[in-house]
Design a protein around this ligand. Structure first.
Ligand code: GLU
Length: 342
């Protein structure tokens, strides 16, 4: 007998499989339901973000078995911003191994702003790789023989996740660099405590570049599907992340991915996700799909208003929460002796 969770999942995959694609209808319904949501404010700390059209709204889902659905402005390019953070953390893990990375970056959620100038007082580490301090420390760990090589490796990593070449928007990059004083302060604080290498200027350049990569909601869905698929891009078959580290990324996304809404997101939506001030959200349903949403107006915590609503509805409709009562029992229960004697 399939349990509730399995039947929810089957429902999701069946919806994607059928020729009429009921999932597309569901996404279209969600799109029109929330298109008129007028709440939120487009990020305006640099002109390039302030110029975004507040009506843009795209939702895209890509499955581990290569099916793709997109509605609305899913092909509209925008800057990845903080959605880049888990992926760069993954690269740091691949380049240095878990133990070395954990000496420099914690995995502890904090109830402070993503750009707070704070380190753990006992270890001097940034609390986690999803806040700016931890993200800059992760960027510092990107290996390469020189700066261009580090840029090249970072872009190649994002190319593997997206399944296409990615580019840095130079105008956003220049603005991020020109206004990034707080990030510089964070980097200097970490340098002071020996948590950052002396390549500080290069690392900041690289960090501003990673935030300025142009992606789409469809790309985010492919990136999410790659994590859902154990690190292999389901559309290209190319490995983007060592399978060993997939759970590291998903764990920090689950606990720290949605700014100061992370706990509530984990409670209400219950799937690993990361958002950025460009208006993007990537969410992962392990073993099944990646979800990418894009809509620039942000709530007070910095998350896309429409993106949150759409993901929340999808999670409810299809029982996606990782702790859904029946979903997490299966694997261990099936390991007991089937005749019931133990
Ligand atoms: N470039 C931004 C910063 O470092 C990222 C903001 C975000 O998406 O959280 O401040």
């Amino acid at each position: 007998m399939p349990n509730d969770h399995d039947s929810h999942l089957d429902a999701l995959l069946t919806k994607m499989k059928s020729a009429a694609s009921p999932l597309r209808d569901t996404l279209r319904e969600l799109h029109s339901k929330y298109q008129s949501a007028g709440e939120g404010k487009v990020a305006d700390y640099i002109p390039e973000l302030a110029n975004a059209d507040p009506d843009w709204f795209g939702i895209s889902v890509v499955s581990v078995d290569r099916r793709k659905i997109k509605v609305g402005e899913s092909d509209q390019p925008f800057t990845i911003q903080s959605v880049s953070k888990p992926f760069v953390f993954g690269m740091a893990l691949e380049d240095h191994g878990r133990e070395e990375v954990l000496e420099k970056i914690g995995v502890q959620p904090i109830g402070e702003a993503f750009n707070s100038i704070t380190l753990d007082e006992t270890s001097n580490r940034p609390f986690n790789p999803m806040i700016n301090a931890g993200a800059i420390a992760a960027t510092d760990l990107i290996a390469g023989k020189d700066f261009p090589d580090r840029v090249r490796r970072m872009l190649a990593m994002f190319r593997r996740y997206c399944g296409r070449e990615v580019f840095v928007d130079n105008s956003v990059f220049s603005s991020e660099r020109a206004t990034g004083h707080r990030n510089r302060a964070i980097a200097h604080l970490m340098l002071n405590f020996g948590m950052l290498s002396d390549r500080l200027e290069d690392t900041l350049e690289l960090y501003f570049q990673q935030c300025s990569i142009m992606i789409t909601a469809k790309d985010l869905a492919v990136m999410g599907a790659t994590l859902a698929n154990g690190g292999v891009n389901p559309l290209t078959g190319e490995r983007a992340l060592d399978a060993e580290y997939v759970k590291d990324l998903l764990s920090v996304m689950q606990t720290c991915g949605m700014y100061d809404y992370a706990g509530e997101w984990a409670y209400r939506v219950g799937i690993p996700a990361k958002s950025g001030v460009g208006g993007g959200i990537v969410a992962v349903v392990p073993g099944q799909v990646g979800i990418g949403t894009f809509s620039p107006p942000l709530d007070m915590k910095g998350n896309s208003v429409r993106g949150i609503k759409a993901c929340q509805d999808l999670a409810e409709q299809f029982g996606l929460h990782v702790f859904n009562a029946d979903g997490c029992r299966d694997s261990l229960l099936s390991q007991f002796n089937p005749n019931g004697s133990n």
